[in-house]
Ligand binder design. Structure first.
Ligand SMILES: Nc1ncnc2c1ncn2[C@@H]1O[C@H](COP(=O)(O)OP(=O)(O)OP(=O)(O)O)[C@@H](O)[C@H]1O
Ligand SMILES: [Mg+2]
Length: 450
């Protein structure tokens, strides 16, 4: 075993964005992407529409031969949208599970792709603890143990100082969390939850905490009791889960044992409740819906049932933007004998914006290989890069990319840090491309079967 940390380099780790200028024009090489100009510019327009909220319930299909950057462009769209917009990736084959219905897998993915930003105003008490005196009494059943009955708490801001008598629930929280004089806390008035905000700058010295995990914060200003706004972002899927748990879903056993077993299916009724709750919050100005993106790769793997479900889901009010990718031409729709473009039903195809992707020329392949070599930390001599470029155009881009790692490994065996033509030839000879593998199987089929 090597002592070096194991670093996984994903196939698309070099993709940072669509690489467009302010006018939406694609540069030949930017954002980690090379060429495929029209598709990147089209994707840029889609990003703009998503940002302006004009894409909800619509769908985009990236269509083109294998290795033409469909998945890479979808990832670039996610990077452009940033981390505030949910982006969920699902491969067609992932909907087939033995435990969960395929429509449930799709439904979950769709609802994960819809963010809900909730704003809430709450009354809180906030200040530095000037005094904290818990009052203990013997435990009613166990006289050897003492429990807190109430406490006197004085909180101060720069402008005010207020003393409260607090009940055992708040006092216990403070004791168990080790909250002391000089710390700044916030107490939610309704739920009585105590949050430790930090150590007041003025008391940090005194408490002897110069460094440590608890941050230093200034003593708050204004009144101790105030209304504060909280913003948190969640998704419809997370809310489903929450409502499911609150409704006692999971049965008595999981309630008794606090089992964290993952729920298999959510009752449609619960989802309807979540939807109406969210809509209500939006109407009251307390929440905002952020339609995100569901990326469905290898779309031909869906079957007719999944397609009709998807079609219906796109009609619903709370639908995300769906981006699909296909490398199939005319083929059968799974679960039927109907041949259709991309193996998709026509009524779904009809509502799509289609972005075609095209095979790369030698210059483009070379640039992509250079980027990948950089990403994987592989040094290639010029002639080795030329040869890989040749394989990239004649066989496939992905094959050429994949040969890089074993070629670098071989170079290392021979004590070189640069991959030579010889290394590339050697691995070319040892690893088959897909076509070669199919040919090989066909040739030996007879023998394999017997
Ligand atoms: N224009 C490009 N710029 C930079 N890298 C690219 C570009 N196109 C493809 N790649 C990279 O080449 C490899 C293959 O591309 P990708 O997986 O996106 O192809 P695909 O069209 O999704 O193929 P498939 O139909 O087989 O799924 C990936 O590592 C990808 O990041
Ligand atoms: Mg792909």
């Amino acid at each position: 075993m090597s002592s070096k940390a194991f670093i996984r380099i994903g196939a698309h780790s070099h993709v940072h964005g669509l690489g467009l200028d302010e006018k939406g024009k694609a540069k030949f090489k930017a954002g980690g992407l090379v060429g495929q100009i029209k598709a990147r510019e089209a994707a840029g327009l889609v990003v703009e529409l998503i940002r302006q909220g004009k894409m909800a319930g619509r769908a985009v299909l990236l269509a083109g031969p294998p290795g033409t950057g469909k998945t890479a462009i979808a990832i670039a769209i996610a990077r452009e949208l940033g981390s505030d917009v949910p982006f969920v990736q699902l491969s067609g084959s992932e909907i087939y599970s033995t435990e969960v219905k395929k429509t449930e897998v799709l439904m979950r993915a769709l609802r994960k792709a819809i963010g809900v930003r909730i704003r809430e105003k709450r009354w809180v008490l906030e200040g530095e603890i000037a005094e904290f005196e818990p009052h203990f009494v013997p435990h009613p059943y166990n006289p050897y143990q003492k429990v807190v009955e109430k406490a006197k708490l004085t909180l101060r801001t720069k402008d005010q100082r207020v003393t409260y008598t607090i009940g055992p629930d708040v006092a216990e929280q403070m004791i168990s969390r080790g909250v002391k004089k000089g710390m700044v806390i916030m107490i939610d008035k309704e739920s009585a939850r105590v949050s430790l905000l930090g150590i007041s700058e003025e008391s940090a010295k005194e408490l002897g905490y110069d460094i440590g995990r608890i941050p230093k914060v200034p003593v708050p200003t204004g009144p101790v009791e105030k209304e504060r706004e909280f913003v948190y972002t969640t998704t419809l899927d997370e809310l489903d889960e929450l409502f499911h748990k609150q409704s006692g879903g999971g049965g008595l056993m999981s309630f008794l044992f606090g089992a964290t077993e993952e729920r298999k299916e959510i009752d449609p009724e619960i989802r309807a409740r979540v939807d109406s709750w969210v809509k209500d919050q939006v109407e009251k100005g307390r929440a905002e819906i952020i339609p995100g993106v569901l990326f469905l790769d290898e779309i031909h793997m869906l079957d007719i049932e999944a397609f009709s479900f998807l079609n219906r889901a796109l009609e619903s009010e709370l639908a995300p933007i769906v981006i699909m990718a296909s490398n199939r031409g005319k083929t059968k729709i799974r679960g039927t004998d109907i041949v259709s473009p991309h193996g998709m039903p026509l009524d779904l195809l009809d509502r799509l914006l289609i972005i075609p992707t095209h095979p790369y020329n030698a210059d483009e392949v070379k640039e992509i290989l250079k980027i990948r070599a950089g990403e994987e930390g592989v040094k290639l001599e010029d002639a080795a890069l030329e040869l890989l470029t040749k394989f990239g155009t004649e066989i496939s881009l992905r094959y050429a990319v994949q040969l890089m790692a074993p070629a670098a490994e071989r170079a290392q065996y021979f004590g070189r840090d640069t991959v030579t033509v010889e290394d590339v030839e050697a691995v070319r000879d040892r690893f088959a491309s897909i076509e070669e593998s199919i040919e090989h199987l066909a040739k030996w089929e007879e023998k394999f079967m017997k």
